[in-house]
Ligand binder design. Structure first.
Ligand code: SDX
Length: 393
């Protein structure tokens, strides 16, 4: 009416973009990377092979895998001067704060992989991102503890290298436990990509302006940090610890249903999945397996998580709102059992999701018809009016 902007109530949101990388069916609880079900990849593949699949669209043959592994492995060190960036942070900074800063600072290095008009430079930027994020995340962890940085070892596989850089110390031998390495590799596969989630959309929107790819990934890290997104794994474990015992679950359920209470069941609910998050199922099986193999049998947190899930899934509120455990519900239990503090949970999510971000960025940048992203709004503010002098207000 008049000059108030109105819109057709029948307006349906169009897809944010076309993409051939990841498919989700939220009603069926299905997730596929380039057509391969996540359950099969989690069981039969490994993270670096999934990286190749997400980047290039096909599973590699042996020669392609060997070449890809060689290229990633030989980019795992960071420029020695990047060590100085960490010194600007307080030791008690959250590792995600450090990662936003240091990954952003990568845009001030590696000038030979920032000209996005050059397909080769785009390729090198992607390889460098996948290779260096574990090193930077491990450095953020070491810095937070006041321990010396541990350099990557080319003789180790991707997940083992990350664990080695996090847990090795110069004064003692450290042998990566293959159980932990397999569990870490599976967690990385489960978090690798998830179509147009908030942080991936952030990377795409930043990249659509032609911005430096390292700066775009830093923007994705910043978005992932939020407790409604990747920060939920840390918030979920802290929630489970706060609940403490199964006897306290009914109160948690009551609070989660109380509209006046900001408390939510972290690790529950999802914008797309209105059925089980398939990653949560795999993660739950892994939690049982890893804790059992580590000889951790009476894990109270896991007991609370399973009982909370059981009660919530029988509660009409959660059933009606189609709230199920998501990828963040069990991951923290495994990461804690592996020896990580809760502050490292989201950085590990960021390391894993880097391949998704950079694959989606490459897909967008490589499309010659691509234009800058420019979301519109529904204006609900004041209609036009004239300025009033201060003495007349
Ligand atoms: C990730 O998008 C992705 O793909 C993300 C991700 C990925 O791989 O990139 O899957 C990773 O971010 C998983 C989500 C992690 N976040 C959490 O676990 C935080 C807790 N969950 C909620 O904050 C919420 O469920 C969201 C943010 C995940 C989803 O938000 P939606 O779809 O916008 O849902 P909503 O907030 O509109 O909730 C719908 C209803 C609401 O009630 P009504 O307003 O309709 O009355 O369900 C309620 C909410 O109050 N609700 C919850 C709840 N989640 C939603 N109530 C209690 N506890 C919860 N966890």
């Amino acid at each position: 009416e008049g000059d108030v902007f109105t819109y057709d109530p029948g307006f349906t949101s169009t897809a944010a973009c076309d993409s051939a990388i990841t498919y989700i069916d939220g009603d069926k609880g299905e997730l596929q990377y380039r057509g391969y079900p996540i359950e099969q990849l989690a069981e039969q593949s490994h993270f670096l092979e999934v990286c190749y699949l997400l980047l290039y669209g096909e599973l590699p043959n042996a020669a392609q895998m060997q070449d890809f592994e060689h290229r990633v492995t030989n980019h795992t060190m960071v420029h020695e001067q990047m060590h100085y960036f960490f010194r600007g942070f307080r030791r008690d900074s959250h590792p995600m704060a450090t990662m936003v800063g240091v990954v952003g600072a990568m845009s001030a290095f590696y000038h030979d992989s920032t000209d996005i008009s050059d397909p080769w430079q785009r390729e090198v930027a992607a390889i460098r991102m996948i290779a260096k994020l574990p090193t930077i995340a491990a450095m953020a962890y070491k810095y937070s503890m006041g321990q010396p940085f541990v350099y990557p070892k080319n003789s180790l596989d991707y997940a083992s290298n990350f664990l080695h850089m996090c847990f090795a110390v110069p004064c003692a031998d450290y042998v990566v436990d293959p159980i932990l390495s397999k569990a870490m590799d599976r967690i990385m596969m489960l978090h690798a990509d998830h179509e147009q989630n908030a942080s991936t959309s952030t990377v795409r929107l930043a990249g659509s302006s032609g911005a430096n790819p390292f700066a775009c990934v830093a923007a994705g890290i910043a978005c992932l940090w939020g407790p409604a997104h990747g920060g939920a794994n840390q918030a979920c474990l802290e929630m489970l610890r706060e609940i403490g015992t199964v006897e306290n679950i009914p109160e948690a359920i009551r609070r989660a249903k109380d509209k006046n209470d900001p408390f939510r069941l972290m690790g529950f609910g999802h914008r797309v999945y209105k059925n089980f998050d398939p990653r949560a199922k795999v993660m739950k099986e892994s939690a049982d397996e890893v804790l059992d193999l580590l000889g951790i049998h009476d894990n109270e947190t896991l007991k609370v998580a399973k009982e909370l899930e059981r009660i919530a899934l029988e509660d009409t509120y959660f059933v009606e709102k189609k709230l199920y455990p998501n990828v963040d519900f069990y991951s923290g239990i495994i990461l804690e059992a592996m020896g990580f503090p809760t502050s490292m949970f989201t950085p590990i999510f960021a390391v894993s999701r880097t391949v998704g971000w950079i694959s989606q960025w490459k897909e967008m940048i490589g499309d010659p018809t691509q234009k800058i992203g420019r979301p519109r709004q529904l204006y609900i503010g004041q209609t036009a009016r004239d300025y009033v002098a201060v003495n007349d207000r």
